[in-house]
Design a protein around this ligand. Structure first.
Ligand code: LLP
Length: 419
């Protein structure tokens, strides 16, 4: 856990200068806990890796869309990558600069396009000719010119989980590489769009540099070709996707990743955009949960905890691994470790947070599910009518509640019983 703000002091796991035990007492469980220092360091690492090159880090809001996180990043000067009208509204509410927003996504609605246009965002990343036409209509209705980047699918294998691999030709994303030039040239017929950039995104949780480099080379080849045809491309958006370490992975460092991209780009003068999500917030958050029951059967030992797949769906959905740490290490030695299945209370066998974890546990103990800052809370649901957890941001020795635990009333607020 080097470079981490989650460390043991004695037998107690701390986030920055506060013990997780204290956070559980104050805010209850399950609860997402974030380290402001780690978030800050992650953003600064990206920003400084570009050195003097003109660039914009556009945080992928889908990874974690809490307003406090968006606000923190916007104060650092971050841009944002959004994929819905809801994310647009969040960024604006959090004080984000519209001129630093790029709008991605394969199925933007007419209304979402209008919202982006009226906010005067930096760019729409367009994924098909039909979308280009719809955007042109929206812009024409609003008497605007829509700035556009085409998202091109470079047909590169990201070598990640198939559900989060997006840059293969059989995926639903982007414009096929071989059609990109034709569509770029034909975009001239749309009077209310203006081509400003070129974009790609090949997948998420990439742990190797090569696929990024391969995609970058293909994009640069296309960029040179478009410029050769007289098109002015002002920016190149290379998407997000850099992986983090959940267990034994060793993803490239931010510094090496950006340096490798910049080396490929060379002297070209386009502004470089990047859309990291997970690598900015993933390691900076954990899910704090309490053991409700220990259940020992002749076949398995279960730790039934108060967090579940509705709070963190990654294990159930992608068979994802999250390290699980005891908040207070058992030092008595009286408690022999067992191999536990760490599971939630939801009525599905797929409701697990970790399989085969060696832990020494008592009922009532606290556990920390690590590296849950990205795609944790943002993918949570109310399945089994479970209120979503609270979210807490720790800054040194201060713990701020940045989202209240949902109330049962709020779950049913918008429902109607027929007379
Ligand atoms: N840009 C675009 C267009 C994207 O689709 C994504 C992620 C990103 C940027 C940010 O990628 P990142 O830097 O976070 O890898 N729920 C999955 C991850 C889905 C990623 C979807 N797109 C998970 O929990 O692993």
């Amino acid at each position: 856990m080097s470079n981490s703000s989650f460390n043991y002091l004695g037998n107690n796991l701390f986030v920055e200068s506060i013990s997780l035990d204290l956070i559980a007492k104050k805010f209850g469980t399950p609860c997402y806990v974030y380290s402001q220092a780690m978030l800050t360091a992650a953003y600064k690492e990206f920003d400084s890796a570009f050195a003097k090159r003109d660039h914009l880090v556009c945080y992928a809001v889908k990874a974690n869309s809490n307003l406090a996180i968006l606000n923190l990043l916007s104060r650092f000067g971050s841009g944002f990558d959004i994929v819905s009208g809801g994310e647009l509204q969040r960024v604006l509410k959090a004080g984000g600069d519209p001129q630093k927003i790029v709008f991605s996504g394969v199925g933007k609605s007419f209304d979402e396009m209008c919202a982006g246009l009226s906010a005067n965002i930096l760019c729409f990343n367009v994924e098909s000719e039909a979308e280009l036409e719809k955007l042109n209509n929206a812009a024409s209705k609003m008497n605007r010119i829509a700035p556009v980047s085409l998202r091109v699918n470079p047909d590169v294998d990201a070598r990640t989980h198939p559900y989060i691999s997006t840059g293969l030709k059989e995926n639903k994303f982007g414009i096929p590489f071989d059609e990109a030039e034709k569509i770029y040239m034909s975009a001239k017929r749309f009077k209310n769009v203006r081509i400003t950039g070129l974009d790609c995104h090949i997948g998420s949780q990439l742990t190797e540099l090569e696929p990024f480099i391969e995609a970058c080379r293909k994009m640069l080849g296309l960029l040179d070709c478009l410029e050769g045809q007289g098109l002015k491309i002002e920016h190149l958006d290379l998407g997000g996707g850099l992986g983090i370490r959940y267990s034994a992975e060793s993803p490239p460092s931010v510094k090496n990743y950006i340096a490798a991209l910049c080396a490929e780009i060379g002297r070209r003068d386009q502004r470089i955009l990047i859309e990291p999500g997970r690598s900015l917030v993933g390691s900076a958050g954990l899910l704090l949960t309490r053991v409700e029951y220990l259940k020992h059967t002749p076949y398995r030992d279960f730790a039934i905890v108060d967090a579940a797949m509705n709070d963190l769906i990654r294990p159930a959905l992608y068979d994802a691994y999250h390290e699980i740490l005891p908040v207070v290490v058992d030092s008595g030695g009286s408690n022999r470790t067992k191999i536990y299945q760490v599971v939630g209370p939801i009525c599905e066998t797929g409701d697990f947070l970790g399989h085969d974890r060696e832990l020494a546990l008592n009922e009532g103990d606290l556990l920390a599910i690590m590296s849950a800052g990205a795609y944790g809370m943002s993918m949570s649901s109310n399945y089994n009518s479970r209120p979503r957890p609270a979210e807490v941001m720790v800054d040194g020795d201060c713990a701020h509640l940045i989202r209240e635990r949902e109330s049962l009333d709020s779950l049913m607020f918008s429902e109607v019983i027929l007379p």
